[in-house]
Design a protein around this ligand. Sequence first.
Ligand SMILES: NC(=O)c1ccc[n+]([C@@H]2O[C@H](COP(=O)([O-])OP(=O)(O)OC[C@H]3O[C@@H](n4cnc5c(N)ncnc54)[C@H](OP(=O)(O)O)[C@@H]3O)[C@@H](O)[C@H]2O)c1
Length: 330
Amino acid sequence: MRIIMAGFGTVGQGFAEVLHKKTDRLNRFNESVKIVAAFDSKSFVADENGLDPLELVERKKSTGSVGSEKLKSGIDVLDSVDYDVLVEVSPTNIKDGGAGLKHVEHALKNGKDVVTVNKGPLALKFSELNKLAEKKNALLRFEGSVGGAMPIINLCSENLKGERVKSIRGIFNGTCNFILSRMDKGLPFEQALKEAQQLGYAESDPSYDIDGIDTACKVVILANSIFRRNVTFSDVSITGITSVSAEAIALAAEHDMVIRLIGEVSDTVLEVSPRLIPLGHPLSVSGTLNIAQIRTDLAGPITVSGKGAGRIETASAILSDLIAIMDRRR
Ligand SMILES: NC(=O)c1ccc[n+]([C@@H]2O[C@H](COP(=O)([O-])OP(=O)(O)OC[C@H]3O[C@@H](n4cnc5c(N)ncnc54)[C@H](OP(=O)(O)O)[C@@H]3O)[C@@H](O)[C@H]2O)c1
């Protein structure tokens, strides 16, 4: 299994480390798994015999570049190296899908399997990409794009195959949940946001999280992949958390409630908004955890929770998708 990695930041490096760590487990598939090329925003490196994942991480950390060659475009790398799977972990771009969309489209067009956690291509062009994958007999997997390490997409589409999933409601953004949890303790929004930034949970431009955009991307991915809807980012009704006041939080607390940013999806609903959640309810979690309640017709409600971000945690979801592809291709 020959892998090309597009993007070598937090998640890309985490995935390289995980590949190294899980060599023995992967060897059980009687097929060697190797990275044959990797590129970041400016550089690339390729070797058909396989690159040492830890050396890539070391070089990226010490020089800021994954490779010594100057990158013209990611597409050039995809065209010049023989590979089986593209692991796409470049930045999410929700305006036009950015380079990530081009990489994913190009790989699928050439019949290559793709594992991605990049939400841009999926939130904007899910149905086109899926159709392309089907046409080219390629596999497109994206477990880590929603909830990071928390299993939800493959759980619903593989483990709960016989169920009709009626709805999914959940907390899909750890940054917002951290901020709201700190506001529960009496911190004003601005201070809670500052704390989240200092701890590395929030970006210097936090709008992607606090305006509900990140959660909306995830809701779209769930709607398309689990509910077989044909929706895109612009179809989501989105309210972020900037309008949640200290007064609203205090009033909620007086009634034994908390306010949480909830993403909800069903056959008819596609919404992101702050909601009142009774204390003790599974969705009243505090901190950066992600959690989802899946309502099904036979199994009843199922709740899953896990780390929604983190380099190794997110890489674990990529690894599980990669192994699923190896299983299918054997
Ligand atoms: N971080 C998480 O826990 C997490 C969880 C779930 C999903 N995700 C998703 O995973 C993806 C990667 O996240 P991250 O945290 O690893 O981001 P990151 O640390 O910013 O890394 C992004 C990587 O992509 C590279 N890149 C930028 N433009 C590129 C281009 N045109 N072609 C190829 N590579 C390019 C960057 O290159 P340089 O290094 O040269 O800048 C960097 O190596 C994002 O789509 C994110 O939404 C992340």
